[in-house]
Design a protein around this ligand. Structure first.
Ligand code: 13P
Length: 249
């Protein structure tokens, strides 16, 4: 059985004071947890979070990265810098970046490669809009999004990526995909990974994201191809985040 992974995506939330309190409460409640966990925090807080979490069982990461290696790209943060702060994971292609920052699947793929080159794992987000789901295009849409990454990805690097299925209509709306709906898409994504590297595909964590909360986590995480969660709102409340982590047992 694949180990479960629960990742908090803090999005553009937090402050030095709030972060310290949140992480202390999470750390205090982790005893006995079977799942691995991580938090992806705003870049300015990476140093603080590294100081607070190093030596703990909680990993940390970033929410975006530049596709460029460094140099004259004002405002950008490159993968090497994220590695310098001990990041294990970097989210790429979150739907909020695709929607509000015009990121294409090709750009997302280049970002994923930049992350891998520095020895970290990209969490590649894919997901359909409500209109696309209603038009029956879900598997086609997420397949094209993942396909762009698999095109650039060497077959021996498949095992290093994490995939997150996040239906856009479920993010921050309180409406989650049903376990059966999510499982169907996760199975399709795993099939696509298999076609790139059959053996590695069995070990790739495919996370579900979109209004995952303590009330629905156990059933979602019980599906055979749902290997964890990428949690937004509930990751900002220590007790909710912990309840999801403990729901994996
Ligand atoms: P919510 O859990 O707030 O729906 O957000 C999910 C998400 O976008 C995680 O990346």
């Amino acid at each position: 059985m694949r180990p479960k992974l629960i990742v908090g995506n803090w999005k553009m939330n937090g402050s030095r004071t709030v972060n310290a309190a949140l992480l202390a409460e999470i750390a205090a409640g982790l005893k006995g947890a079977k799942a691995s966990c991580a938090v992806c925090v705003p870049a300015p807080y990476l140093h603080q979070v590294e100081e607070l979490l190093k030596g703990s069982s909680i990993a940390w990461g970033a929410q975006d990265v530049s596709a460029y290696e460094g140099g004259a790209y004002t405002g950008e943060v490159c993968a090497k810098m994220l590695g310098d702060f001990g990041c294990r994971y970097v989210i790429v292609g979150h739907s909020e970046r695709r929607a509000y920052h015009g990121e294409s699947s090709e750009l997302v793929a280049r970002k994923a490669m930049a992350v891998l080159k520095e020895g970290m794992s990209p969490i590649v987000c894919v997901g359909e809009t409500l209109a696309q789901r209603e038009a029956g295009q879900t598997v086609e849409v997420v397949g094209a999004q993942l396909g762009a990454v698999l095109e650039l990805l060497p077959a021996d690097a498949v095992e290093k990526i994490v995939v997150a299925y996040e239906p856009v209509w479920a993010i921050g709306t309180g409406k989650n995909a049903t376990p059966a709906m999510a499982q169907e898409v996760h199975a399709a994504l795993r099939g696509q990974l298999r076609s790139r590297n059959a053996e590695a595909a069995e070990g790739v964590a495919i996370l579900y994201g979109g209004s995952m909360k303590p009330e629905n986590a156990r059933e979602l995480l019980g599906q055979p191809d749902i290997d964890g969660g990428l949690i937004g709102g509930a990751a900002l409340k220590a007790q909710d985040f912990l309840a999801i982590i403990h729901a994996t047992q």
